[in-house]
Design a protein around this ligand. Structure first.
Ligand code: AMP
Ligand code: ZN
Length: 474
């Protein structure tokens, strides 16, 4: 059996396969950040999901092309640019690099392509032009170009594929110009927004005059531009199902670039919200934590990533400090077990050995079921208990210890957990740290200071914790 994923399009669990069933290559797109501010860890729940799914697909033998766009022009950004008096690029550059830094701190692999909307304007204009030629886009009295839902449906397409919308309630010709709107206000939506004084210097030339793209068309143009008119997998947070993704389908299929019978996207995967006290973590509610907030409080990217990957991606879950502390304890338990295995494995710990199949098979079976991480973690902790029992009774030889360690290392790479801090510390530095510890305990502070300086010269700062020394790269 292979991987099954819940598909928002069919509203059921489906065996996963790329559009070309003979191919082992997956083309995937995840809607990226809107860089109007620092991203919060709710946003990162979605990006960590995309990274985890990519890693899991690669573990299951697929290659991937992973695209994540950068939304660097839309309504909220323009408002901020206006308020701060900055130029668009100087404003967004700050949040874009902060985002990428945070993305790396959570050990997310760099997507293969990171297109910026502002650098994709020709493709966007071309796509709108095509929709206009097909009679699906029209220019309204305000100079903006809108997508006509009635015309789209008239061409045999269905609006409401991801989300049931009541088109009866829609009044033909009614329009919505803002990028975000509720299902109650389903209406023709903006593809190209004519320049207004509030836009300041943010505009591009187009066949419809000066203006800027709507948010939805940005993703249709960037995804199809890089992955082709039909691709395998599209991800985002659950709030993007409607209208953003519904509109992406409408624009992309309305342009008719797909081969007969092919959809724009085969599998749609949506991650549930990260909550705070039962409510969506969001900027507008003010109940959010940025990664920076949490790093400043002493939590690591590794702990935060682990916590984000403990709940099933379709279940919303509450973010709490206790949860993070629990993640820390769980990781300590795992690291401790891995450390003991490495000790017994000795030189075999870094040798090429076949990973223990039992742990990998058990977790694969769980993760194949719509990425059931909670069941996979239960398997991991059963394995830890069993391994600790064998370690305590001395029944684990170096070879088996090395195989068990290799299995855990493989799995932790699938979850994208970096090796624990300090595990890469070279033997020489460890020895010095041990000697320094002994000197300190013997109250020979002169010697312990000298050893601290030696460690510093090797590039390590030493800290004393209740559990012993800790080395950090300088
Ligand atoms: P934005 O930068 O607002 O465009 O959002 C980036 C991504 O984060 C989108 O895929 C959103 O669906 C997702 N997102 C926003 N808030 C949350 C949340 N509280 N939990 C999980 N994902 C979220
Ligand atoms: Zn998008």
């Amino acid at each position: 059996m292979g991987l099954s994923l819940y598909n928002t399009l069919s509203r059921q669990l489906e065996p996963f396969s790329p559009l070309d069933p003979t191919s082992k290559h997956v083309r995937m797109y995840c809607c990226g950040p809107t860089i109007h501010d620092y991203a919060h860890i709710g946003n990162f729940r979605t990006f960590v999901l995309a990274d985890f799914l990519r890693r899991y697909l690669e573990f299951r033998g697929y290659t991937t092309t992973h695209v994540m766009n950068i939304t660097d022009v839309e309504d909220k950004i323009i408002r901020r640019v206006r308020e701060t008096g900055a130029t668009l690029r100087t404003y967004t550059a700050v949040y874009e690099s902060a985002f990428l830094e945070d993305h790396r701190a959570l050990n997310c692999l760099a997507p293969h392509h990171l297109p910026r909307a502002t650098e994709s304007i020709p493709g966007i204009v071309e796509l709108i032009g095509r929709l206009e030629q097909r009679g699906i886009a029209y220019r309204a009295g305000d100079g903006s170009v809108y997508f006509s839902i009635t015309k789209y449906c008239g061409c045999g397409h269905r609006y409401g594929q991801l989300f049931p919308v009541n088109l009866e309630e829609m009044r033909p010709g009614e329009r919505v110009s803002s990028d975000e709107y509720a299902k109650e206000s389903v209406a023709d939506f903006a593809l190209w927004k004519a320049r207004v004084p509030e836009d300041g210097d943010v505009f591009w030339e187009s066949p419809w005059g000066q203006g800027r793209p709507g948010w939805h068309i940005e993703c249709s143009a960037m995804s199809m531009g890089l992955l082709g008119p039909s691709f395998d997998l599209h991800l985002g947070g659950e709030d993007l199902v409607f209208p953003h993704h519904e509109d992406e389908i409408a624009q992309s299929e309305g342009a008719g670039l797909q081969s007969a019978g092919q959809p724009f996207v085969k599998h749609w995967v949506h991650g549930a919200f990260l909550l705070v006290e039962g409510r969506k973590m969001s900027k507008s509610l003010g109940n959010y934590y940025t990664l920076r907030d949490l790093l400043a409080r002493g939590f690591s990217g590794r702990e935060i990533r682990y916590l984000l990957l403990t709940a099933h991606y379709r279940d919303s879950f509450n973010f709490t400090t206790e949860g993070l502390l629990g993640a820390r304890t769980a990781l300590e338990r795992l690291d401790e077990c891995a450390r003991k295995l490495a000790e017994i494995a000795g030189p075999l710990a870094t040798a090429e050995v076949a990973p223990q199949a039992a742990l990998l098979d058990a977790c694969t079976a769980r993760l194949d079921e719509d990425l059931n991480v909670s069941a996979a973690w239960a398997e991991v902790f059963d394995w830890v208990r069993e391994t600790n029992r064998k370690l305590a009774t001395g029944t684990l030889g170096p070879e088996h210890a090395a195989e068990a360690l290799a299995a855990w290392n493989t799995l932790s790479a699938v979850f994208g957990l970096r090796p624990p801090p300090g595990s890469e510390v070279p033997e020489a530095a460890r020895r010095l740290a041990d000697e320094r510890d002994a000197a300190r305990k013997a109250k020979d502070f002169k010697r312990s200071d000298a050893l601290r300086a030696e460690l510093l010269a090797l590039g390590w700062t030493v800290e004393d914790t209740p559990k012993g020394w800790k080395l950090k790269p300088r």
